[in-house]
Design a protein around this ligand. Sequence first.
Ligand SMILES: C=C(O[C@@H]1C=C(C(=O)O)C=C[C@H]1O)C(=O)O
Length: 241
Amino acid sequence: MADRVARLKYSHSDPLFRFSGLRPVSVSNRESIEVLLRGEVDVSFVPVTYASRNREELVVIPEFAIYSDGPVLSARLFRGSGSGYAAVSDTSVNAMALRKLMGIEFDFVDDPVAALGRYGGVLVIGDEALRLVDADTPYIVDVGELWKLRVGHPLVYAVMVARRNVDPAFIERVVRALNESLDRFRGSPGELAREVARRINVSERLMLEYYSAMRYQVDGRVMAGIEEELRIFGLPQLQAY
Ligand SMILES: C=C(O[C@@H]1C=C(C(=O)O)C=C[C@H]1O)C(=O)O
């Protein structure tokens, strides 16, 4: 049986969960908020945008988040051969960031590779973006890199949240398990990089580079980054646990 915890299905979340001993349900960005609101899980990582829009229902656990402090690799606007811009339908944070920083609007598409033939730029996230990076697909911008350059803060993609009224002991157990997983991962990152590279079909070198770009530990600087990000997005601020 799964624990009452959800993880995002993308490989950025493997270091957090792979050695945690938890049995999370694996969900897309859009599903992550739905399973929480329906009460199917008590704790999850959810995109900052959804956490803000549903802040009355949730508390933020300021221990972990999923963010980059520079190039992220897995969120890029790839160069297409048509005109206008498209984005994959599971992005809201990266699409909002590019809307605000570049002043562009997106059509949402389900097949980004086909969209490269019709649009001038296609925003792709997650493992699909990593496969395009691995194939040296030309790109216009890396969203994490542009954000760092223009805003100067880390770009926070997802935050860890719990439903209100969840037993604090459960939250503590999950935090401990994620810390253990990260510790074990950091002891030998190559081991997980190799495993995930094989699973998603990219080079081990790219996976190692990716895992040195992704950050998880939250500190005051990251909290300040979230505040600034939500201000730029025009969304309400979060409440910490
Ligand atoms: C950087 C990434 O983070 C994801 C991208 C998000 C978005 O664009 O809305 C939200 C949360 C993360 O799962 C990625 O998957 O590439």
